[in-house]
Design a protein around this ligand. Structure first.
Ligand code: JBU
Ligand code: MG
Length: 382
C-alpha cells in the first residue's frame, strides 16, 4: 500500500482536518492543529507530505522518526502538531487495513470505560453554579473551569477572593457531588499560584492545571511542595523530550499532552508510559474536534495511568460547530454517567462526514485567541 495524497480542510469552529489517501482506497483522518494558527500548521503538513506520499503507511514508526529527525530544526507546537495529525491518520489507515481499532494494535484495552470531564464557565469564569447544575442533570459530574480572569503578577486580596468565591459557590451548591479541575491557564504568576493554591486547598479541587506558564515549569516542584492539590500540565509541551524534564524535576501529578500537539498517538503513547514510570497520571488535553478526541480515546484505553479525558462538547470555543457535527457514528461517542466506552470501529473509530467537512471548509473562520490587556494597558496572559 502507498500513500497517494494529503488533503486538508480548515473548518469551524477552529479545527484543521487532514485526509490521507492510499492506492488501496483506504483513507485515514488526522487533526493537526494549533488553535489560532491553523493555516500555519496546514502549511507545515503540506511541507511534510513530501516525506510521506509514496511511502507505505504501515511504516508509522519510521515515518514518525523521519518527520521528526529529518528536519534539522524540530519540536515546538507547529511541527509537532503537523506530525501529530499525520501520525493519527497513519494509525487510522493501519487499523482500517487490519479491521481493528488502534487500541488493539497497541495491545488491547486495560479498562471498560473512560472517565471524562467537560468545560463550564467560559473564558472569564461565570455562571458556574448554573452551568454545573444543568450538566449534573444531564449525568455529568466532573468539570473544569478557568480559575480567574486576567490576573496581575501581584494581585491583592480582592482578586484572590474573587477566584476563591467562585469555587466556594460551587462547593456550597453541590458539595462533594461534583469533582472539578481548575485551569489557571497560565494566567497566574508563580508567587500568585502559591497564594491561590493555599486559599483553594480547603475546597479540594481534583487538580489545578497550568498553575504557571509552561515557560515557568521549574516552579512546578516548588508549588507541589507547598500544596496537597494535584498539579497538572502538558497541553503546551510537545514531545517526550519536553516531558522528560518535568518528570525528572517532579511536581506534576497529571500529564496532559495533547495528541494533536505532541506528535500524535505514537509520541503520546510513549509519554504516557514515561508518566506511569514516575507514578504520574495521564489525562490527555482535548478542547478540539472529533478526530483529536478519537486519538485520545485510543490512548486512554491502553494507558494504565489514564485517569480523565477532556472533551469539547459545549466548550466555549465551539462557536459555529460542536464536537460531533462532522461525525457519522455519533452514537459511538455517547457519554453515560460521565464515562465513554472504547470506540468500536476500526482505526481511530471516528467516521467523518466528508461532505459536511467540505461544505464547512468553504467558509472556515480564522479563529484567534483573544489578546487581553491589564488595567494598566499591558498585555495580559489569556
Ligand atoms: O482545554 C484546555 O485545557 C485549555 O486550556 C484550552 C486551551 O487549550 C485552548 O484550546 C487554547 O486555544
Ligand atoms: Mg488548559
Amino acid at each position: 500500500m502507498k500513500v497517494t495524497r494529503f488533503t486538508t480542510y480548515r473548518v469551524a469552529p477552529r479545527w484543521l482536518f487532514l485526509k490521507v489517501e492510499t492506492d488501496a482506497g483506504i483513507t485515514g483522518w488526522g487533526e493537526p492543529v494549533i488553535e489560532g494558527r491553523a493555516r500555519t500548521v496546514e502549511a507545515a503538513v503540506h511541507e511534510l507530505a513530501e516525506y510521506v506520499v509514496g511511502r507505505d503507511p504501515a511504516q508509522i514508526n519510521d515515518i514518525w522518526q523521519t518527520l521528526y529527525r529529518g528536519g534539522f530544526y524540530r519540536g515546538g507546537p507547529v511541527l509537532m502538531s503537523a506530525i501529530a495529525g499525520i501520525d493519527q491518520a497513519l494509525w487510522d489507515i493501519k487499523g482500517k487495513a487490519l479491521g481493528v481499532p488502534v487500541y488493539e494494535l497497541l495491545g488491547g484495552r486495560v479498562r471498560d470505560r473512560m472517565r471524562t470531564y467537560r468545560w463550564v464557565g467560559g473564558d472569564r469564569p461565570a455562571e458556574l453554579v448554573a452551568a454545573i447544575g444543568e450538566q449534573l442533570e444531564a449525568g455529568f459530574d466532573t468539570f473544569k473551569f478557568n480559575g480567574s480572569e486576567e490576573l496581575a503578577m501581584l494581585a491583592g486580596p480582592r482578586a484572590v477572593d474573587a477566584v476563591v468565591a467562585r469555587v466556594v459557590a460551587v462547593r456550597e451548591a453541590f458539595g462533594e457531588r461534583v469533582d472539578f479541575g481548575i485551569d489557571f491557564h497560565g494566567r497566574v504568576s508563580a508567587p500568585m499560584a502559591r497564594v491561590l493554591l493555599r486559599e483553594l486547598e480547603p475546597f479540594r479541587p481534583l487538580f489545578v492545571e497550568e498553575p504557571v506558564l509552561p515557560e515557568q515549569a521549574e516552579h512546578y516542584r516548588r508549588l507541589a511542595d507547598s500544596t496537597s492539590i494535584p498539579l497538572a500540565a502538558g497541553e503546551r509541551m510537545y514531545s517526550r523530550f519536553d516531558f522528560k524534564r518535568v518528570l525528572a524535576e517532579g511536581g506534576l501529578a497529571l500529564l496532559q499532552p495533547d495528541p494533536s500537539h505532541a506528535g500524535g498517538i505514537t509520541e503520546c503513547h510513549k509519554i504516557a508510559a514515561m508518566a506511569e514510570a514516575h507514578d504520574v497520571a495521564f489525562a490527555p488535553h482535548c478542547p478540539l474536534g472529533p478526530i483529536a478526541l478519537a486519538a485520545c480515546l485510543q490512548l486512554d484505553f491502553v494507558a494504565y495511568n489514564a485517569v480523565l479525558q477532556e472533551h469539547s462538547i459545549g466548550i466555549h470555543y465551539n462557536q459555529g460547530a460542536d464536537l460531533l457535527d462532522y461525525v457519522v457514528n455519533r452514537e459511538d461517542f455517547r457519554i453515560d454517567g460521565g464515562c465513554i466506552a472504547a470506540l468500536p470501529r476500526p482505526g481511530l473509530g471516528v467516521e467523518i462526514d466528508e461532505a459536511s467537512v467540505i461544505a464547512a471548509s468553504r467558509d472556515a473562520p480564522d479563529w484567534r485567541n483573544p489578546v487581553w490587556r491589564h488595567a494598566d494597558g499591558s498585555v495580559a496572559e489569556w
